[in-house]
Write a protein that binds this ligand. Sequence first.
Ligand code: NI
Length: 145
Amino acid sequence: MGKEERENRKGVERFSISVEPDLVREFDSVVERLGEKRSKALQHAMRLFLSEHYWTEIEGECTGAVVIVYDHSTRMVEEGITDLQHGFRDVINSTLHIHVDERDCLEIVAVRGRIRRVKELIEGLEKGKGVKQVKHTIVFIEQKK
Ligand code: NI
């Protein structure tokens, strides 16, 4: 049995990609420090990519968390974020507010509901003045049949 045949049996697919040398070096050094294998780290990166982008293409329901970092001393930023969240009561489960330092606040927004609505909420937050960072993790997706 050839090498390729063995891999196909395990359900593995091989492919080659073109990457900037600097990025490869940086990636490999972190992978090595973590004691991981390159393939495993790439699979991890691909799953992260999917959790970040793929879910927005699906019609259905999702569950996850949105993390926002904003400067509360920026005029009206807090009001804007609160107003926005009031408009998305259908997908917001709860919000946890942390006062990071004199200026910055961090909010963790638990979301559950229609994918389209969660996407709208994230886009709205990203547009907010004084908002420094918006990140999301969508962990569960129920596709509409
Ligand atoms: Ni605060």
